[in-house]
Design a protein around this ligand. Structure first.
Ligand code: BGC
Length: 757
């Protein structure tokens, strides 16, 4: 764990440059606006360890799969969300020496991520050998008000310094992915252009032909007087312009660099130059200050609906805001072609591809903090991929419209290349259906069922019915050779979570088919036709539902994570020496697989999903059995435990898990923040507060709250969107206020008592 960032309710502050954690800070200081984003790299040169990363939503490359031994069924490629144009670059020379914080000594270094306003700032003092002092201040943002725009302001103030400063703002498209399988360059040059008013560079992705163009305008002033460009240069994939200044004592030099970034997802390549120039011109007219004001206003609107205020605990407050901030920077819900990558725009590992994380974790967040249309867009994304999911299943030998959604995808095709995960972690198929159920339960909107949802359910139910086989030995339907959510077990038989989810998916599909038949017979006729549904399928599913096998230990009265789980040497994670954790960085894979240690909620994930199916004692027994063996080395784990612990009246555990989920990256619990942030699990932090501490659930069409106040908090409050209403919830010691901010009167249930709003 690391503890070098200051605690503050709205800011993430690094005081003094922590060179050793620079890549961690780069991840944490990432900025984005849903369309594009970048790591918190420095504008100027930096020769120390750094991952320069700039990414555009939906722009990817199918990097040829690299494996030791090819197996039939492997995906051809692993989709990479591409590292693209460096649009922040500004080289700075002081008396001919390049500024490089890996080499140049500076003092009073402060780097601040202002989450309230969406600004990244940095300042420091430098004493050049020629004498005097220079004070630097950097500020930048990716506009939330205009998703194509970004801007940078750099101020250099002389205190007793006199000498030559050269500034070279540039755009550089000669960029490589660090995680490229064969060291390929994924971009081909398109063109570069430059004149007095603008510079631009454009490139196209190999194979996928996405075109991205970046445009910049720069302006330099000394004490308010404009400095003209000394020279400019155009080279393949790179454009730059040079400003030379003789800075005198007491003077301030200011550079404004405004940027427009366009991708072919939104602007046809033939029109990008014209559009980019136009937008750049418009932004020049409104100016940096107005762009910044509009951007801050856009953030204020987001915070107004999505903020969680925690009183009396700055660490907890900073954690949750950091999570909400990063989620909204990654996905704003405006485009059903996009989704939420586990690392968003903050790193390459896992890229911006879509995992089951979206359905299991992110959808509840967007349901609660935004209009239902956003969560619906995420559901539609999977409906648009249904045909590919059917093809994906067919490649593995399934038939008759069975659908297997990919574990990792960017366009509907499976694109992960680890056997145990790609093929065996089939539980993700159930999450697709669970998300539809969650959406309908929360919003009360059943229209999605007949607009695609039911077809997804039918495809998934068909898959499960073919994936199980009848065991004569057990006289039950079993599911062999799977990996559950706990990836520290591979190729197991009868993973309880997967079997349970599979049975539920078949049951839910039958119920929804009946409902649509009754309520929308005309639509059912269409769905039946498009999915080539045969009535006898229901009988097949029912047979499996009735006879599904679940591993169970009678003496402990717990469901077993999988067959044979009790053969393991059962130990508590707390008994592991700190020097051996995280085990995925300290132990061999062989040792991990044999151990009892659980990477992330597995049986407990199912208990969380289907809370109402089990009584409190059953929940408690399972939590007490599995949680102590859980090492939480997946970011998706602590939040589920925080929610369950909170509901089971285990405030200390709930608090510990809450801090772990909400501060996972800020404190670098798993020693991997340098690879990028854990964006999807950030939705779990929100769930920990709203579904955990506030106990929010929808049961029988009614919104329930059962709040508890975590130890060390004086109170907390948040707003939620619920069925076309905005509600405010404030919890203080022994008190819960619920306010209806907008929408029709509503009946809710607080601590089992019905209340009218
Ligand atoms: C987890 C998966 C998750 C993936 C992406 C893995 O470490 O085990 O459940 O889908 O990360 O977040």
């Amino acid at each position: 764990m690391k503890n070098y960032l200051k605690h503050h309710p709205w800011h993430i502050i690094e005081e003094g440059f922590h060179r050793e954690f620079h890549e961690v800070s780069e991840s944490i200081c990432s900025l984005g606006n849903g369309r594009f984003g970048l790591r918190g790299n420095f504008e100027e040169d930096y020769s120390g360890k750094s991952l320069r990363g700039s990414y555009f939503a939906g722009v990817y490359y199918p990097d040829l799969t690299r494996v030791g031994w090819w197996k039939n069924g492997y995906p051809e490629y692993f989709a990479k969300v591409l590292n693209s144009v460096n649009w922040i670059g500004v080289r700075i020379f002081i008396d001919g020496e390049a500024l490089d914080l890996d080499k140049t000594q500076v003092s009073n270094f402060v780097r601040t991520l202002d989450m309230e306003q969406g600004l990244l700032t940095r300042s420091f003092d430098l004493n050049p050998p020629s004498g005097g002092q220079l004070t630097f201040h950097f500020e930048r943002f990716c506009s939330m008000a205009d998703p194509d725009a970004a801007a940078i302001r750099i101020s250099i103030k002389s205190e007793g310094y006199q000498g030559k400063i050269t500034l070279e703002p540039y755009l550089d498209f000669d960029v490589h992915n660090k995680d490229s399988n064969y060291g390929d360059q994924f971009w081909d040059r398109v063109n570069e252009e430059q004149d007095d008013s603008f510079s631009m560079v454009s490139a196209i992705t190999k194979k996928t032909a996405f075109t991205v163009s970046s445009f910049m305008h720069s302006k330099v002033e000394v004490n308010g007087h404009q400095v003209s460009i000394a020279s400019s240069s155009v080279a393949p994939m790179k454009v730059s312009r040079l400003y030379k200044v003789d800075l005198k004592k007491g003077e301030e030099l200011i550079l404004h660099k405004t940027v427009v970034n366009l991708s072919s997802l939104y602007v046809h390549p033939d029109h990008q130059t014209e559009e980019g120039k136009k937008k750049l011109g418009e932004n020049e007219v409104i100016g940096y200050a107005t762009m910044k004001r509009d951007h801050i206003e856009a953030w204020h609107k987001i915070w107004d609906g999505a903020d969680i205020i925690i009183d009396g605990n700055v660490m907890a407050q900073q954690g949750i805001r950091f999570n909400i901030f990063q989620l909204w920077q990654t996905y704003t819900g405006a485009d059903a072609r996009l989704n939420i990558g586990p690392k968003g725009f903050t790193g390459e590992k896992y890229g911006g591809s879509t995992y089951w994380d979206t359905e299991a974790y992110c959808i509840p967040f967007y349901l609660g903090t935004a209009d239902a249309a956003i969560a619906r867009n995420l559901l539609v994304y999977r409906y648009l991929h249904l045909q590919k999911a059917i093809e994906n299943a067919a490649k593995l030998g399934f038939k008759d419209g069975a659908a297997l959604y990919p574990m990792v995808t960017i366009n509907g095709e499976e694109c992960h290349n680890e056997w145990e995960i790609t093929f065996e972690e089939i539980h993700r198929n159930g999450a697709m259906v669970y998300a539809i159920y969650d959406y309908i339960k929360y919003t009360g909107d059943t229209s999605y069922l007949t607009d695609g949802g039911l077809e997804v359910m039918i495809g998934v139910a068909r898959f499960w019915s073919q994936r199980v086989n009848y065991s004569q030995d057990k006289q039950a339907w079993v599911m062999l050779g799977v990996t559950g959510p706990n990836e520290y077990e591979n190729n197991v038989n009868n993973n309880w979570y997967t079997n349970y989810l599979a049975r539920w998916c078949m049951q839910y599909a039958i119920e929804q088919i009946e409902w649509v038949k009754q309520n929308h017979p005309d639509k059912w006729t269409r769905i039946k036709q498009t999915s080539e549904f045969k009535e006898e399928e229901i009988g097949h599913w029912q047979e499996r539902i009735n006879g599904m096998y679940f591993p169970w230990d009678e003496s402990r009265k717990v469901y077993l994570q999988q067959d044979g789980f009790l053969d393991k040497d059962l130990m508590h994670a707390d008994d592991l020496p700190a020097s051996e954790r995280p085990i995925n960085q300290k132990w061999s894979w062989d040792r991990i697989l044999r151990s009892c240690f659980i990477k992330q909620a597995d049986v407990l994930q199912g208990m969380y999903f289907f809370e109402d199916h089990f009584d409190e004692d059953t929940h408690r027994r399972h939590f007490d059995f599995y949680e102590p063996m859980t090492v939480h080395e997946s970011s998706l784990s602590p939040c589920v435990h925080a929610i369950l612990a909170s509901r089971l009246g285990k405030p200390e555990k709930a608090n510990e898990m809450y801090l772990r989920t909400s501060r996972l990256d800020l404190d670098d619990y798993n020693n991997d923040t340098e690879d990028g942030l854990h964006i999807t699990s950030m939705a779990g932090s929100w769930m920990s507060v709203v579904r955990g501490f506030a106990g929010m659930q929808v049961k029988d069409g009614l919104l329930h709250l059962a709040p508890v106040l975590p130890a060390g908090w004086e109170g907390f409050s948040f707003k939620i969107h619920y069925r076309e209403r905005s509600l405010g919830v404030t919890v203080t010691g022994g008190h819960c206020d619920v306010t209806l901010h907008s929408g029709q009167p509503l009946e809710i249930v607080v601590n089992n008592e019905r209340r009218q709003l």
